[in-house]
Design a protein around this ligand. Structure first.
Ligand SMILES: Cc1cc2nc3c(=O)[nH]c(=O)nc-3n(C[C@H](O)[C@H](O)[C@H](O)COP(=O)(O)O)c2cc1C
Length: 171
């Protein structure tokens, strides 16, 4: 926000969150495998395509994330594009770790780079970690895309809007 003087105005955090909540995003679960072989995943709304040549995609991860360092250690990840009907997965991979394994009762398969693929997702995007850039209280994780798979193109993808999950079906 900029005042009439051109100086940045004090920004109210709640207002900032509320206004940005009016920008719809897709939702992925970024999955990977820790050094001890354990599967991990985090719900991410900031995943986006960055470059076509070379193919790069990325997301912003909070610098206090407990899961990301475990995935990052393996140097690769898979972005699982959630379907509109997968609200339960969206919330389960955003919950505090202390509440138990996020993979409980899920039958997963493996992506080309060996990351977990959640059941019923629309698409997967495999990446190796290209670079990580600190931006404010988040890190921008840039991934070099190594494989993409459209698993269920007819299924509407999830959209997150004003704090709720919904449907991205247009055509
Ligand atoms: C729809 C949705 C989108 C989210 N997008 C992001 C995101 O882009 N970056 C981020 O750091 N956290 C995001 N979160 C929050 C994380 O999923 C949440 O903080 C998670 O608990 C982090 O877990 P960790 O501490 O185990 O890494 C999102 C949560 C939801 C529900």
């Amino acid at each position: 926000m900029v005042g009439v003087s051109g100086e940045p105005k004090h920004l109210d955090a709640a207002e900032y969150r509320k206004v940005l909540g009016h920008l719809p995003t897709g939702v992925v679960v970024v999955t990977g495998v820790a050094a001890n072989g354990e599967a991990h995943g985090i719900t991410i709304g900031s995943f986006t395509s960055i470059s076509l040549t070379p193919p790069l995609a990325g997301f912003f991860i909070g610098r206090n994330s407990r899961t990301w360092p475990l995935i990052a250690a393996g140097g690769k990840f898979c972005a699982n594009v959630l379907a509109a009907s997968q609200g339960e997965l969206c919330w389960r991979f955003a919950k505090d770790h202390a509440e138990g394994s996020r993979f409980a009762d899920l039958t997963t398969s493996l992506s080309t780079n060996g990351s977990p693929v959640l059941p019923g997702v629309v698409a997967t995007i495999d990446c190796t970690v290209h670079s990580v850039h600190t931006v404010g209280d988040h890190d921008l994780v840039v991934g070099a895309v190594s494989d993409v798979r459209l698993l269920d193109p007819k299924k509407p993808a999830m959209v997150f809007f004003k704090g709720k999950t919904g449907d991205a079906h247009i055509a």
